[in-house]
Design a protein. Structure first.
Length: 115
């Protein structure tokens, strides 16, 4: 099993920044990739950014140039640096780990962007 715990969410004004952290524990060997997803009220969960075991990254178009995903393999933490936040970035952000066909999710952390 893999346990994921997110932190770093909160309330921020539009244009501001936040850094989310996802601490990974448990059986962490052979995790293929990690990612951040988000879900806004009334909307489906969507991929925000992903990072593979070789540290290659991918981003949703709506965050390119604003968000950066990174990982610390020693501390088993995945980060999401969010800059130039917009009102539409308001959502619950979830950390996700994939090993083969299996996906593991954290409980989520709320990010609220205000005017």
């Amino acid at each position: 099993q893999v346990q994921l715990v997110e932190s770093g969410g909160g309330l921020v004004q539009a244009g501001g920044s936040l850094r989310l952290s996802c601490t990974v524990s448990g059986y962490t060997f052979d995790i293929d990739s990690m990612g951040w997803h988000r879900q806004a009220p009334g909307k489906q969960r969507e991929l925000v950014a992903g990072i593979s075991s070789d540290s290659s990254t991918n981003y949703a178009d709506f965050v390119k140039g604003r968000f950066t995903i990174s990982r610390d393999n020693v501390k088993n933490i995945v980060y999401l640096q969010m800059n130039s936040l917009k009102l539409e970035d308001t959502a619950v952000y979830y950390c996700c780990a994939r090993r083969g066909p299996n996906y593991y999710w954290g409980q989520g952390t709320q990010v609220t962007v205000s005017r």
